[in-house]
Design a protein around this ligand. Sequence first.
Ligand SMILES: Cc1cc2nc3c(=O)[nH]c(=O)nc-3n(C[C@H](O)[C@H](O)[C@H](O)COP(=O)(O)OP(=O)(O)OC[C@H]3O[C@@H](n4cnc5c(N)ncnc54)[C@H](O)[C@@H]3O)c2cc1C
Length: 445
Amino acid sequence: MKRRNFLISPPALALGAAAAPALALSAPAIISPAARILPREGKGPRIVICGGGWGGLTAARYLRELIPNADVVVLDRNPTFWSGPMSNKWLVDIVNTDFVQHDLMRPANRYGYKLLQTEVTAFERDKKLVHTTHGLIEYDYLILSGGIRDAWDAWFGDDQRAIEHTRRHYASAYIPNQQMFGLKQRVKDFKGGTLVMTLPPPPHRCPPSPYERACLIASHIKKNKIPGKIVILDPKPKIAPIGVGYKQAFDELYADIITHVPNARVQEVDPFNKKIKTSAGELKFDEAIFMPPHQAADMVWHAGLIGKDATTGKPTGWADMHPHLFHAHSDDNVYFVGDLMGAISPQFGHYPKSGHVANYIGRIVAKYIAQRVAGQEVKAMLPDNLCYMMVNTEPQEEISVKFEYEVDAKGQVNQTQIDMDVRSGDLVKEDFAWARGMFSDFLAI
Ligand SMILES: Cc1cc2nc3c(=O)[nH]c(=O)nc-3n(C[C@H](O)[C@H](O)[C@H](O)COP(=O)(O)OP(=O)(O)OC[C@H]3O[C@@H](n4cnc5c(N)ncnc54)[C@H](O)[C@@H]3O)c2cc1C
């Protein structure tokens, strides 16, 4: 096997399109990463979406609907979709695996876009080319929707041994992949002692969800009478969002299990000797769920589209983009959808990095591209956000947070946050209805 060529067996390559079944590859096939693959189809624009998660799959569906002759291609490294939302509930067996893990071919076939299981590795934006491990793919418009990456280097520099050890033993599974099963096994195997959870500094993926995870693991500890404690090391000065609701849950349901430590910024981690030092003190742990700072997925770095801090000139870690139109400042053929997006407003910074927002922005970006293709004026649109969080399992009760947005007289987007701090069973029903509605929207379930 030559270094630049490799053999693909059929399961390694998922390729589907209801509108173009002839594209299914006859495998095994030799494909070179340097060869052009997926020739354009029809006369419509070619839109390549890098990342088939909450945002990317939504954009794909609506692009196919709004621009019927568009040649839409979704690229994802994973063979299946794994949902972040509801995954904390899956960790403690409130929902089954088939509630959070889904077939990617179903929406591809239903909505008529192409799907390729591959790794996006680089871009030649001047030639409008995406590099993948399977070959080069042309585009007219490019959507980057790869989610986040864990910035382990913020803790360990280039100490790859420490990074690998931490990833293997203490991963948070905040990025959809097989880490979820490892994490679930660790929760099941936890027989007692101190379980430490670190929260990343804002902005990060789904801010209320680490507290939900703490509550659900605490409910598992309580139910199974495990002699264990959870220590949440939080860099923020207080719990947020839904701070009152979470504090009540910690105090009223898990007083002897959960300790929340504010202002705990991680300074040193020794994963081998199970020690962590923060600005709020040092701790030894038996088990850990570690979240280093989150940043935009590697693909934004590969595309050279990471923002720079206006004062320091250092990378912001997030996409450099127009705050209302969501395309790159330096390249209006490249759009951003989902968690990798950069700051929106001086008032609140980033849109919440949630599946709800990723879905909303996916729809908005599909509209923006459709308006451009039709030669129409692009009209800026705003999303909203809604997150439900389970805090109690016996009985099942949730709290929630809602965000609304409006543009002020200066043209800046302002945010209103509405916390629902009173836990209730009604919110559980709303949550499941929300999740089913979302899955129906972009997974065709
Ligand atoms: C525990 C937990 C609970 C959550 N709870 C909620 C909730 O209740 N409500 C809510 O709204 N949100 C929630 N979220 C947040 C939600 O999961 C994310 O905000 C959402 O997934 C963001 O969508 P996205 O499309 O930006 O990224 P993702 O959904 O992560 O999709 C990114 C995709 O890009 C692919 N990818 C990345 N890089 C490459 C590459 N180089 N090549 C090929 N493919 C690549 C990945 O495989 C992935 O499929 C939760 C998240 C977690 C982890």
